[in-house]
Design a binder for this molecule. Structure first.
Ligand SMILES: [Zn+2]
Length: 83
């Protein structure tokens, strides 16, 4: 969960792009810059295209949390373009 205020400027996406639907593993290439949420523990990280996601030892999970898997939560506008 990311936080925002009423002064924040956010644009709702239709979510149709693959980067909204894909789950990424540690070390995968980051498809778009943004805030990614770990599906196992809700931790968030900021990652930039074309860097790689943090390695497997970035943080530890309990057994029930499973493997680290990243899902895009907030896409950031790093180009200044509006689409
Ligand atoms: Zn996690």
């Amino acid at each position: 969960m990311a936080w925002y205020t009423t002064d924040s400027v956010l644009t709702k996406s239709d979510g149709n792009k693959d980067w909204w639907k894909t789950t990424y593993s540690p070390g995968d290439e980051v498809p778009v810059s943004g805030i990614y949420r770990c599906l196992g523990c809700e931790r968030e990280v900021t990652c930039n295209d074309p860097d790689h996601f943090p390695p497997q030892n970035h943080h530890q999970h309990t057994g029930v949390q499973g493997k680290i898997r990243w899902r895009l939560n907030i896409r950031t506008n790093t180009t200044g373009k509006t689409s």
